[in-house]
Design a protein around this ligand. Structure first.
Ligand SMILES: C[S@@+](CC[C@H](N)C(=O)[O-])C[C@H]1O[C@@H](n2cnc3c(N)ncnc32)[C@H](O)[C@@H]1O
Length: 332
């Protein structure tokens, strides 16, 4: 069997290789290196939204858990908001740097705790859990399950979560640019027959900044989580879009929004200012022609895969269906 390298969505820190209009993300870096943290800290839409939410939610004297603290930025925001104790947990070696950063910023109330969210024990209950756990299209980093374990074991009754809720959204890609780009291997480039791998690009999810002009204006929310009550990663997402005009659809664009606090919403939508999360592109290998007023039924499935998430996606009209799926373990 041919060796297939799965599209790994290990950890964040996307370097975006810009090739013409499409911008596919380069392979990920690990959180042990500073690059991914640099990129997150430079994402001021993200970081300022967290700072505002922490200022709104954390009250003087609160005990706070910062799950996945990285360089410790959110822990420092929490201490500055008045927290009396902050447990800063991270399993990467960045935790040693965080410890120094806390000391050099005069933070006396933050305890750097190297450890894994699946096992770490906290010295006490907390009033607030803050975590920047969201991966591309929300679940790619697999931090939700350990976050929920920490919530269930250490958040006091009536405690608060940042973010408080998240939602997933889908738009319809109405440009053939990506289809052309992903079909490159089917064009016999350099006089070479690449058909053995011709359809492989359609079995990977792209991370792109998709322009609003490349989408139909109608979008749909396909799922949501309340962080107080959710018990695990949802596996099935669905929704319906009705286009106001006849159009050809070339794939799905996915993103998430996070309600960090009552008044602070972080959006990674293509219609909002850019963040380092970009958007997910779920490609079709052929366009789907839709008519004005016709419902387009969308279904996505999140496949549990070790170290990453896999997906299936589908768009169906009355007469036609377009489907895609990422590589599975069985393909490898
Ligand atoms: C998206 S980064 C956020 C870093 C930092 N909070 C910030 O806002 O810049 C996620 C961090 O969580 C850590 N992490 C991921 N999964 C973890 C786990 N299961 N246990 C402990 N830390 C984890 C990573 O090492 C990484 O530093």
């Amino acid at each position: 069997m041919a060796q297939v390298r799965a599209h790994t969505i290990e950890e964040r820190g996307v370097r975006v290789a810009r090739t013409g209009r499409a911008a596919y993300a380069a392979p990920r870096m690990t959180y042990d290196t500073i690059r991914s943290h640099l990129e997150m800290l430079q994402d001021s839409v993200r970081t300022k939204a967290y700072r505002s939410a922490i200022q709104e939610v954390v009250r003087p004297g609160d005990r706070v858990l910062d799950f996945g603290c990285g360089t410790g930025v959110l822990s420092i925001f929490a201490e500055r908001a008045g927290a009396s104790r902050v447990y800063a947990v991270d399993r990467s070696r960045m935790i040693s740097a965080a410890k120094v950063i806390f000391a050099e910023n005069g933070c006396r109330n933050i305890e750097a705790m190297p450890g894994d969210g699946e096992q770490v024990q906290l010295p006490s209950e907390v009033d607030v859990i803050v975590s920047e756990w969201m991966g591309h299209f929300l679940f790619a980093e697999q931090m939700l399950e350990p976050l929920l374990r920490l919530r269930d074991e250490f958040l006091r009754k009536g405690g608060r979560m940042i973010p408080a809720s998240c939602s997933l959204h889908i738009g319809l890609v109405a440009t053939n640019t990506y289809l052309e780009e992903l079909s490159f291997l089917c064009t016999q480039p350099y006089g070479i027959d690449f058909s053995a791998v011709g359809d492989w690009p359609f079995r990977e999810v792209g991370m792109l900044r998709i322009a609003p002009t490349e989408l139909l204006p109608e979008t749909v929310c396909v799922g949501g989580l309340d962080l107080q009550t959710v018990t695990g990663t949802p596996r099935a997402l669905s929704g319906t879009i009705v286009s106001a005009k006849d159009a050809s659809v070339f794939g799905l664009c996915g993103w998430f929004d996070a309600q960090l606090s009552e008044s602070v919403k972080l959006s990674t939508s293509p219609f909002s200012p850019a963040t380092h999360w970009l958007q997910f592109h779920f490609p079709f290998d052929r366009p789907l022609d839709v008519r004005a007023g016709e419902p387009i039924e969308l279904e996505l499935e999140i496949l549990p895969m070790q170290g990453q998430s896999g997906y299936t996606w589908q768009a169906r009209t009355a007469n036609t269906v377009r489907k895609g799926r990422t590589w599975t373990q069985a393909d490898m």
